[in-house]
Design a protein around this ligand. Structure first.
Ligand code: NAI
Ligand code: MG
Length: 490
């Protein structure tokens, strides 16, 4: 599915703009609406219902009923899996339309959206397969007892997702939650509500019972915050900014909700002189510029061994200058707009700060055009570890090049951050590769590759990059409670 489209897709139809509560599409209780935009133009695509605490409350009631007394509660695990397979099939069938809508709303280039849809289908199928394989244990307890464990759903889960991978983040959240028998209240990001709503329709078409999936569009401070404090929600799964996670963790304390977090990064991408340089240049380029740098795993700290530093930066800059920045629905475009005015302003602020603090601007550093939120691919060279551009998550197409001499030095510097999401190394030397992989503090380490993420492998952060893991078997831990049953034997 992940091949490029040959021609630009038709402008996708907007199917749904309301809230999905208990299988019905409804306006917001307080009647609020908000506009959602095409980031290439700033033009309004649609007005969607703006959910608030009252809508969250209704969604929680529906999700609770579906969890405890609906057909979902007594359904065979295998049948739950079959419903998930059916949803995956419908997503696959509608992939081109979903990809076009995803691109239109979040600015992702169409070829990347097609790639994301492949990931969405894989994730749903991977977890559909898990539904009837989540097993407890028999435990060799002391005494004349039989002890065994049951793994049961955590309950009603609140899932709050961001705008950079709207559908993929939805799939990462839905997959393990549904496989384990939970019910869901999802809040898409306010920037990108449209594709989640379309998935809501497809979930209904697949036959997923009413109330199992509820979708509340709205803002973080209203709808999101209401989810975090609602006593009827058992767990919050969140992807977004570290500062938002701190607010959520504090607010979740009153009801002692389970929380999992997938947060940002300032991932170190280390290039040794013995690497295949063609691959390393292409890899470093992809690491930072994929989706305009709007990736939690973006390779934004590029450590280059001093011996090859000059040549490496030259080659990277040549590629950056050639990158075709433009409308995300044009199949020839390589980099679309950033998602919003807010993100554009943040990125340009860091471009200024980098120059003020004395880094060398090699290329880019500015907006492209005067309409939409486009940023030129940007390289800063001779960056110092304590400059803001080397420390803060910029979430844009801005890379900081940091020259280094030795393995020990680069490991220390790579780890000198509050983040720990991803890391990469480019080398032909297996000693170097494994030494780095063992010592770098990151939840994912890539050797001679970058941004390779799969439904099967655990994904998450060390340190302030997160708590818990998504994907793989690891995610199931966060969506089940373990119950010990002990039986007296006579
Ligand atoms: P954010 O963390 O504010 O938003 C992410 C989600 O959280 C959205 O659905 C939002 O509505 C919700 N939210 C916001 N405040 C909330 C609250 N008080 N309670 C409950 N939910 C709340 O991120 P934002 O403002 O969209 O982007 C700011 C920065 O965050 C980006 O520049 C980037 O550095 C980082 N970010 C990281 C992401 C990642 O994948 N790790 C994804 C998106 C943003
Ligand atoms: Mg925010």
């Amino acid at each position: 599915m992940a091949q490029a489209l040959l021609k630009a897709p038709a402008r996708p139809a907007i199917h749904q703009t309301k809230l999905l509560i208990d299988g019905r599409w409804v306006d917001a209780a307080e009647g609020g609406k908000f506009e959602t935009y095409d980031p290439a133009t700033g033009d309004v695509i649609a007005e969607v219902a703006a959910g608030t605490a009252a809508d969250v409350d209704k969604a929680v009631t529906a999700a609770r009923r579906a969890l405890e007394t609906g057909p979902w509660a007594t359904m065979d695990a295998a049948d739950r899996g079959n419903l998930m397979f059916a949803l995956a099939d419908l997503v696959e069938k509608n992939a081109e339309e979903l990809a076009a809508l995803e691109s239109l709303n979040c600015g992702k280039i169409i070829t990347d959206s097609i790639g994301d849809l492949g990931g969405v289908v894989n994730t749903l199928r991977y977890y559909a397969g898990w539904a009837d394989k989540i097993e407890g244990k028999t435990v060799p307890v002391r005494g004349n007892f039989l002890s065994y464990t049951l793994r049961q759903p955590v309950g009603v889960v609140g899932q709050i997702i961001p705008w950079n991978f709207p559908l993929l983040m939805l799939a990462w959240k839905f997959g393990p939650a549904l496989a384990c028998g939970n019910t869901i209240v999802l809040k898409p990001a306010e920037q990108t509500p449209l594709t989640a709503l379309r998935i809501g329709e497809l979930a209904q078409e697949a036959g997923i019972p009413n109330g199992v999936i509820n979708i509340i569009n709205g803002f973080g401070e209203t709808a999101g915050a209401a989810m975090v404090t609602h006593p009827g929600i058992d767990k919050i799964a969140f992807t977004g900014h570290v500062d938002t996670a701190k607010i959520i963790q504090k607010a979740a304390a009153d009801t002692l909700k389970r929380t999992t977090f997938e947060l940002g990064g300032k991932s170190p991408n280390v290039i040794f002189a013995d690497a295949n340089l063609d691959d390393a240049v292409a890899g470093a380029f992809h690491a930072i510029y994929f989706h305009g740098g709007q990736c939690c795993t973006a390779g934004s700290r590029l450590f280059v061994e001093k011996k090859i530093h000059g040549e490496f930066v030259e080659r990277l800059a040549a590629k950056a200058k050639e990158r075709k920045v433009g409308n995300q629905l044009d199949t020839a475009t390589e980099q679309g707009p950033q998602v919003s005015q807010e993100q554009l302003d943040k990125i340009l602020h860091y471009c200024e700060l980098g120059q003020k603090q004395g880094a060398k601007l090699v290329t880019g550093g500015k907006r492209e055009g005067d309409k939409g939120y486009f940023v030129a691919p940007t390289i800063f060279d001779n960056v110092k570890d304590d400059m803001a551009i080397a420390k803060d998550e910029i979430f844009g197409p801005v890379v900081s090049v940091l020259p280094f001499d030795s393995m020990n030095e680069v490991i220390t510097r790579a780890n000198n951050t509050t983040y720990g999401l991803a890391a990469a190394i480019w080398t032909k030397d297996i000693d170097k590769a494994h030494t780095y992989a063992k010592n770098v503090k990151a939840g994912t380490v890539w050797v001679n590759c970058y941004h390779v993420v799969d439904a099967t492998t655990p994904f998450g952060g060390f340190k302030m990059s997160g708590q818990g893991r998504e994907n793989g078997e690891a995610a199931l831990e966060h969506y089940t409670e373990t119950k010990t049953v002990t039986v007296k034997l006579n």
